[in-house]
Design a binder for this molecule. Structure first.
Ligand SMILES: Cc1cc2nc3c(=O)[nH]c(=O)nc-3n(C[C@H](O)[C@H](O)[C@H](O)COP(=O)(O)OP(=O)(O)OC[C@H]3O[C@@H](n4cnc5c(N)ncnc54)[C@H](O)[C@@H]3O)c2cc1C
Length: 296
């Protein structure tokens, strides 16, 4: 089911500073009670924010089973966030927001109060280790910490995983309950738009265990590109053995201005990647190569 086949209005029922750079928001409401989880541990949805001067998100229109905002002028801001926890009985959802300078979503989260309303689409995700994976390497920066936490919490008993997480401050570390056999490596103070991410070097330094494994990586887009080149190009892993995702982009505004110049060319490159890539992962890698060739 497409992520955009659902739309729910969600009401803030609680907001707390979870760690120095993370705000946890609880959502509820009758409409959110109809949310259908994809069941994927890294499932994300689009949070739809109210337009300036309004206090609730505009309702999208439904066309051919898909919700959307066809009018550019009235389209509200939307950002991707991970469903950190969904309790279908209590109809409660938790989303953890990294707070940073600027940004509609980060500023909304910082000011969120009980009774505030946002929209939410349905959710989908990518995490999916092959059945023969004897070990997993899970790598995340703070934006992907909610997804990494849920993946760890949902590991089957005895599943072997090494988790590398980059946080801004040592106090941003979190603890997870798990039935898996998990080791942790926390990196402090790097990445997050402050310095280059240390995650690509940490992935490269990880001594690969024997036997087939699986890598899930999510973080800043240029760090994810570096890791994809290593895993796909140098290690030569097949697409089924990794999921490498860019969750956000440092200095997004500058990148978007450069992207605008080659927008049509990149649209064709994306269509080409989707037509020749043997799966979504491969298509993503081919499109990323086209972006890089265009200097993006
Ligand atoms: C599948 C997926 C799941 C995600 N899950 C989560 C999640 O659970 N929690 C979460 O916090 N984020 C998550 N993100 C990342 C989040 O969507 C982005 O960080 C988003 O850009 C934030 O929107 P904004 O409106 O605050 O900032 P934007 O308007 O997008 O950007 C404003 C400025 O802030 C910069 N910026 C954006 N994000 C960050 C950041 N994290 N740190 C420093 N600078 C930043 C941009 O480069 C830009 O200069 C996820 C992204 C994806 C694709």
């Amino acid at each position: 089911m497409s992520r955009h086949a659902q739309f729910h209005e969600a009401i803030v029922t609680g907001a707390e500073r979870l760690t120095p750079n993370m705000v946890r928001i609880r959502f509820g409401g009758v409409d959110l009670g109809r949310f259908v989880s994809s069941g994927q541990a890294d499932e994300r949805l689009s949070v739809i924010f109210p337009l300036p001067g309004t206090d609730r998100p505009p309702r999208p229109t439904l066309s051919n089973g898909i919700y959307g905002y066809p009018d550019d002028a009235t389209r509200p801001p939307m950002r991707s966030y991970t469903v950190r926890r969904w309790d279908p009985v209590a109809a409660e959802m938790i989303i953890d927001f990294v707070v940073h300078e600027g940004g509609v979503a980060a500023q909304w989260a910082l000011a969120a109060a009980v009774g505030d309303r946002v929209g939410m689409t349905g959710a989908d995700g990518w995490y999916g280790p092959p059945v023969d994976a004897g070990w997993q390497l899970l790598v995340a920066d703070m934006t992907a910490l909610p997804a990494a936490g849920r993946i760890v919490e949902e590991l089957p008993p005895g599943a072997r995983a090494h988790v590398i997480i980059e946080v801004i401050d040592p106090a941003d570390e979190q603890r997870f309950e798990t039935r898996g056999d998990v080791t942790y490596q926390w990196l402090h103070g790097t990445g997050h738009g402050r310095t280059e991410s240390a995650l690509p070097a940490a992935v490269r330094a990880f001594p690969l265990p024997d036997g087939p494994g699986y890598l899930w990586f999510a973080g800043e887009a240029s760090a994810s590109r570096t890791v994809r080149k290593y895993v796909r190009g140098e290690l030569g892993w097949p697409a089924s053995r990794f999921e490498i995702l860019g969750y956000w982009r440092v200095r997004k505004e500058e990148w978007l201005a450069r992207f605008d110049v080659v927008r049509d060319e990149m649209k064709s490159a994306l269509a080409h990647a989707n037509s020749v890539g043997s799966n979504k992962n491969e298509a993503r890698a081919l499109y990323d190569e086209a972006l890089e060739r265009a200097g993006l």
